[in-house]
Design a protein around this ligand. Structure first.
Ligand code: SF4
Ligand code: SF4
Length: 348
């Protein structure tokens, strides 16, 4: 029979940043919050994300006894500026489709558990950050992100992987609270360009740029185009301005070679003009929240980012897409982006 110490040792051998444990009790506060805020979260159920059922580990595994939380540090290496400029960092080295990185480590961990007679499930819909806080691994920020208390200089550049298991382990002392310093004047709330953050550790996900870039339903409303800036997929602004992240962000890091080698594929011009074949081969394996049917959204986001760059070098691309792209939403955003760049060009 595996002990908690055996599992901790294996997690560290597999180079997870840390590991914690909590019981399999339902996340009742989360469930009540979701039920009380259906207007803000109803879209997630429609998309099949099943957030509500994920609040009860028994729906994931009958007889669940504990939750093991593994922490992954995703910003150990630096990323090319052109990638950080347009994409959230947590998506830059994402192997959920290619399954050639983190997925191998999770598989190895589950095999280890199985070798000790422990059954496990890795749900996508359990509240992972809350599970990590319940497992005593860190605290929340007012930007709703999870800050690791023991490594990566206390930063938020981690994501928790929750594994539901059928064996009991002694749970850790929970640290479910906001851990921001008193002297921070809510830099994240002030910096959020779309006012998604409410200042009390809550967010309206529908206003978050991450949601808007990959789930926004139609042509991005005029009033959001400039605030959304140059982000094409995801957003890191509330993490970048956070003083809890300064120590880790200012560390010198070696460049991530996998991300560097694919960065040209994510060039804005290529995204704006890509066809489905290019998308399926070069983009979707790394960033998969949008399907080929929603290519227009990628192209619309690329056009908006070009417009907000104020860079006349993109005028030719935007004019080309304006006449060649068959989608009215992309055309419309190209026209807006051309207008946004042209006055700057005229004034120069
Ligand atoms: S990720 Fe961006 S849009 Fe979302 S809350 Fe943070 S700053 Fe606001
Ligand atoms: S910016 Fe300030 S308030 Fe926001 S998460 Fe960071 S420390 Fe907390």
């Amino acid at each position: 029979m595996l002990t908690k110490q055996d599992i901790i040792a294996e997690a560290l051998r597999l180079e997870f940043a840390d590991i914690g444990c909590t019981d399999a009790a339902p996340f009742s506060s989360r469930k009540h919050y979701l039920l009380a805020h259906q207007e803000e979260y109803g879209w997630a159920e429609k998309l099949g994300l099943s957030l509500l059922s994920g609040t009860d580990p028994q729906t994931i595994m009958t007889g669940a006894k504990a939750i093991i939380v593994l922490l992954v540090s995703y910003f150990e290496e630096s990323f090319p500026l052109q990638m950080e400029r347009n994409f959230g960092r947590c998506y830059l080295d994402d192997d959920r489709v290619t399954k050639d990185g983190l997925a191998l480590k999770i598989k190895a961990m589950r095999q280890f558990l199985r070798s000790g007679g422990i059954d496990s499930k890795v749900p996508f819909n359990l509240p992972h950050r809350l599970a990590a806080a319940r497992a005593g691994l860190g605290t929340f920020g007012k930007n709703c992100l999870f800050y690791f208390s023991r490594q990566v200089r206390g930063s938020s550049f981690v994501y928790p992987v929750a594994i539901v298991v059928d064996q009991e382990f002694e749970p850790a002392e929970p640290t479910v609270r906001i851990g921001c310093p008193d002297w921070c004047r809510n830099a994240c709330v002030a910096a959020c360009p779309t006012r998604a953050l409410q200042g009390n550790g809550r967010i309206d996900p529908r206003k978050c740029i991450s949601y808007l870039t990959y789930y926004g339903e139609d042509l991005t409303p005029l009033e959001l185009r400039e605030p959304m800036g140059m982000y094409v997929y995801g957003c890191d602004r509330c993490q970048n301005v956070c003083p809890r992240n300064t120590a880790w962000m200012t560390e010198t890091k070696p460049q991530n070679p996998r991300v560097a080698s694919k960065s040209n594929n994510f060039d804005l011009s290529r995204l704006l003009h890509m066809d489905k074949a290019y998308f399926e081969k070069k983009i979707r394996p790394h960033m998969f929240y949008m399907s080929a049917e929603n290519l227009w959204r990628w192209q619309m986001n690329a056009a908006r980012a070009m417009g907000n760059s104020l860079n006349p070098a993109y005028l030719a691309d935007l004019n080309r897409a304006l006449t060649e792209n068959p989608d009215k939403r992309v055309q419309s955003m190209c026209a807006w982006a051309l207008e946004r760049i042209e006055p700057v060009k005229r004034e120069a």
